[in-house]
Design a protein around this ligand. Structure first.
Ligand code: X2X
Length: 337
């Protein structure tokens, strides 16, 4: 009696074990790729990327596994970009502005006060402007997915004071990501920008190496920057996203059918991530206020005017060239210079 019961139990245990093994793909993945990024695991970018990785594993019958390394686990953005180029990591998401250290015109989508809203961003980035930039990226021997992921419109936080007018930025010690466009923009305001990778931002704010930084609300929240910043000024001074990049040799090693599954799932996840970020950015003001941040919403017209007066737009039009600038102006529907 006891023996037969034991037999039954063992029997059912081994059946479910077999099920687990079968589910895990019956085979060791042929392609084990790494995807590295700079954001906390709780940010929609990592949540949607994990969903895509799970679907890719399933749809390829276990042939392709993507392991995610969030939160700068594999290094800061500039290190991860080197690893992507050498093949040390196969996938990486990066701001177009930081990518401009390799692909100069990639930063054009980050020009200050260019886009009025999300709808204008997506029609530009899924349209001619995005196509133009992806063409530039491909020339630098990286592979880029069609859909850019969202970071959002950026807001300025500070431990010392709210930013209400462009004059408040004069001499303001602000961290900016490592990119000539960011430094140029905050220099045009008369601020004192310091280029610091995101990996170091929390501690740079905590130790007061800088007084402020700028990022979309979804990052201010998920990276807990509210713990080390008191003021949040809704300046919407620029839009930022993440190109989903692949190492070219790693990409070309994948059979055609797997490439199709990977690209489709990553692009679909990117579109869902855009919706998640939009929802967060719409609701986070209250949440951040409840966590103690003082939020102000300045009139942004004087900020844009200050950039114009400083010659910011004319300078960057010269750098990008007339062709690229015309595509940007057509996309945003206004003359910026
Ligand atoms: O570094 C930043 O501030 C971040 C996280 O927004 C970017 O990736 C550009």
């Amino acid at each position: 009696m006891n023996l037969s019961r034991r037999g039954l139990l063992l029997g059912s245990a081994s059946v479910s074990l077999l099920g687990t093994l079968r589910y895990a793909g019956a085979q060791t993945p042929e392609f084990n790729y790494k995807y590295a990024n700079n954001l906390p695991v709780s940010h929609p970018m990592n949540i949607r990327a994990q969903e895509a990785a799970d679907k890719i594993r399933e749809e390829t019958g276990g042939r392709m596994a993507i392991q995610i390394f969030p939160s700068n686990q594999l290094g800061a953005d500039t290190d991860m970009l080197s690893q992507l180029r050498s093949g040390g990591v196969e996938f990486f998401t990066l701001s177009p502005l930081i990518l401009s250290t390799l692909v100069p015109n990639a930063s054009i989508s980050g020009i200050g006060f260019a886009f009025p809203n999300d709808a204008a961003v997506w029609s530009a980035m899924d349209g001619e402007l995005g196509r133009y930039v992806r063409g530039q990226i491909e020339k630098s021997n990286l592979v880029v997915m069609d859909k850019i992921w969202d970071n959002g419109f950026r807001q300025i936080t500070s431990s010392t004071k709210p930013i209400s007018t462009p004059e408040d930025l004069k001499g303001f010690k602000i961290r900016v990501p490592v990119s000539p466009l960011w430094t140029s923009m905050f220099s045009a305001f008369g601020a004192a920008p310091a280029s610091i990778n995101f990996a170091e931002v929390y501690s740079a704010l905590q130790t007061k190496i800088v007084d402020g930084q700028e990022n979309p609300l979804a990052i201010i929240s998920t990276a807990k920057l509210y713990e080390v910043q008191q003021y949040c000024s809704i300046t919407n001074h620029m839009w930022d996203g993440f190109w989903f990049l692949a190492n070219r040799r790693a990409w070309e090693r994948l059979p055609e059918d797997i490439r199709e599954i990977v690209a489709r799932n990553i692009n679909e996840a990117g579109v869902k991530e855009r919706e998640d970020v939009a929802k967060l950015n719409a609701t986070l003001k209250e949440e951040l206020a409840a966590k103690g941040m003082k939020i102000n919403e300045p009139d942004t017209a004087p900020f844009r005017q200050a950039l114009k007066d400083a010659g910011f737009y004319a300078e960057w039009k010269g750098k990008y060239g007339d062709e690229a600038w015309a595509i940007l102006e057509k996309a945003v529907g206004t003359q910026l210079t």
